[in-house]
Design a protein. Sequence first.
Length: 99
Amino acid sequence: MRTAEQTRLDLFAALAQLSRLRPEWRVGQNVANLAMTAGRLDAGGVWDLEDDEALAEASRLIEQYSEIDSEVAGPGDAPDRGRPVGSASQDGVAGSPGR
């Protein structure tokens, strides 16, 4: 049986991996995206998100974005990791306004 501490450690590792796949997402965007993909769409969705739900959604997003990056990159190409510095638009599952 998975302990709460192990789930949390795995979640932090998954957030780090997701941050490498989508460096344009801020930490708050990552957490909000996990809540939204878990179906927690109300204003308190992030607050109510359980660690095991967040881990499951992080794993799903990592798989999704890893596949996208591998399809975009040709053999021997590095995947595109974002846009030039100073770009005003923000990508994300939740969609967010510019800064």
